[in-house]
Design a protein around this ligand. Structure first.
Ligand code: 15L
Length: 273
């Protein structure tokens, strides 16, 4: 793989991956709606707005693989989520198809399955249980990835990212944290593994308190280097008691599930699957 397009390169995960992937590919083509002024050796910059299909073609030219980190990354009003993660995501896959790109790494999220209880491990083959509009949009992206794999032969690795950060920042993140180098390892598997058609993995480090069965990632060769548990004592010493009258502390998605929630906080337990 020579030329890799990184959309959302100015954002938090985009910047983390840019650091980790320095020098790995001949050209890391950075793309964002915001300008990037410190383009280094082995990098180039394309300004684009994923919601504007016309801006994507030039950035896709000659690209071997795409890491698609652009889009809405937290809960928002439907208009915003729709523009970025429905229209923008579809535009991205269409532009890749037209340009003949054969590999995409798609950042799904734990919020596509955010209403699963914390009491069990959730695997890759699951009914979606989004915890908001953002979660719905992440599930939609996985469906687009599946269609474009089967219909057009574009291989996608969908990474249901937990929380990418320097270290886990609270008790919930002890279960879903992923370090930058572990996330970069998964991204590289997504771009470089020869057998990717359509795969779903969880973007989490080697976390003892994980809520996910990440067997597919391990089958694809993932060997995480970092463990959230190393930070557990520090994190738990600062943690405030959880408000168990809410649904958030009972489910994977945490406060995302609390947004707009009304009524019985145990209702999610009635879900058949
Ligand atoms: C996500 O999907 C978000 O992109 C990130 O900002 C975090 O909020 C994360 O989930 C999380 O669940 O902690």
């Amino acid at each position: 793989m020579k030329t890799v397009l990184l959309t959302g390169a100015a954002g938090s995960i985009g910047s983390g991956l840019r650091r980790e992937l320095k020098g790995v590919y001949d050209e890391l083509r950075l793309a964002d709606i915001k300008a990037i002024n410190d383009v280094g050796p082995g990098e180039s910059f394309h300004r684009l707005d994923i919601a504007d299909a016309g801006t994507l073609g030039a950035a896709m030219k000659g690209v071997d693989g795409v890491i698609h980190m652009a889009g809405q990354s937290v809960e928002a009003d439907w208009e915003t989520v729709h523009r970025q993660n429905i229209v923008g995501l579809y535009n991205l896959y269409e532009a890749a198809r037209i340009a003949g790109v054969k590999r995409i790494v798609y950042p799904s999220s734990n919020h596509a399955v955010g209403f699963y209880p914390r009491s069990r491990r959730v695997g890759a083959v699951t009914v979606f249980r989004p915890d908001g509009r953002y979660g719905i949009s992440k599930a939609f992206g996985e469906l687009v990835a599946a269609l474009y794999a089967d219909k057009f032969g574009i291989g996608s690795l969908c990474i249901r990212i937990g929380n990418a950060n320097d270290k886990p920042i609270d008790k919930r993140r002890l279960s879903i944290w992923v370090s930058w180098r572990d996330l970069a390892q998964l991204v590289r598997i997504g771009l470089e593994h020869p057998a990717i058609h359509f795969e779903i993995v969880y973007g989490v480090s080697d976390n003892e308190r994980s809520w996910f069965d990440n067997a597919t990632a391990y089958q694809l060769g993932y060997r995480p280097q970092d463990r959230a548990e190393d930070y557990a004592a520090d994190v738990l010493a600062k943690e405030l008691p959880e408000d168990m009258t809410k649904v958030g502390p009972r489910v994977i998605g945490g406060s995302f599930a609390d947004d707009d929630y009304a009524g019985d906080p145990n209702r999610f337990e009635k879900f058949r699957y």
